[in-house]
Design a protein around this ligand. Sequence first.
Ligand SMILES: Nc1ncnc2c1ncn2[C@@H]1O[C@H](COP(=O)(O)OP(=O)(O)O)[C@@H](O)[C@H]1O
Ligand SMILES: [Mg+2]
Length: 257
Amino acid sequence: MPVPPPIVELQEVLKRFGDGPLVLDRVSFAAQPGDFVSLIGPSGCGKSTLLRLIAGLTPLTSGALTVDGRSPDAAAADLAFVFQEPTLLPWLTVAANIELPLSLRGIAPAERTATRRRVLDLVRLPEKADAYPRQLSGGQKMRVSIARALALSPKILLLDEPFGALDEMTREHLNEELLAIRERHAWTAFFVTHSVAEAVFLSNRICVMSANPGHVHTEIPVPFPYPRTEETRLSRPYHDLVTDVSRILRSVETITV
Ligand SMILES: Nc1ncnc2c1ncn2[C@@H]1O[C@H](COP(=O)(O)OP(=O)(O)O)[C@@H](O)[C@H]1O
Ligand SMILES: [Mg+2]
């Protein structure tokens, strides 16, 4: 069977800001449609910069980057970004927060409402449509932020430490929800995290990055089939892989500190 073309492809990508030091050094990587790629590595190794390059929010210095066969700029409508801070507008209701990017894209009111209902159902918050962000818990705000991204029907979802500020229980719960949503909408995900356990639970591929300058140090396939559940988390192979990835991450951090 022919291999489908990569949905995101980086070839020898270099990135520096202005005349500053090299932030990313010869990053080459190809993601297939439906991949869930976690990026993990020391602080400052360029994880957020890599996501911003894919999103077309900052230009590369040299090398090549294609998103669905096009430049990141041209593919912008196929991408959605979820940040660690939920970035909801406090003066708008949950419904209005989700519908705002849709109206910016010129989508008609009836379709906006239908989409907003669908995504609020997906994140299991239909009763919060009229609430304001201040009336939500941290986990609920993040679910709204994810719903807002999903409303754009992205082919590629970029998530920059989305659950980093949440407690462990909420994080595990949202990990399961995210995978459950993905069973129905097979977007490709790039997911930045500091949690090895989270990376192993969610991804089919993990890129461990090293710093100074940022580089893909090791790529680790995660062989566990989806759907993944609490059973996965309790299994021996899962624990063994978390241990292996933690060891690699520690070795990378020792090199770069
Ligand atoms: N807009 C910018 N201007 C200058 N330097 C930046 C900018 N954004 C990031 N950097 C630098 O690039 C490096 C990588 O940053 P970042 O991608 O945020 O790392 P990470 O997300 O892995 O912690 C850091 O040294 C940071 O200071
Ligand atoms: Mg970052």
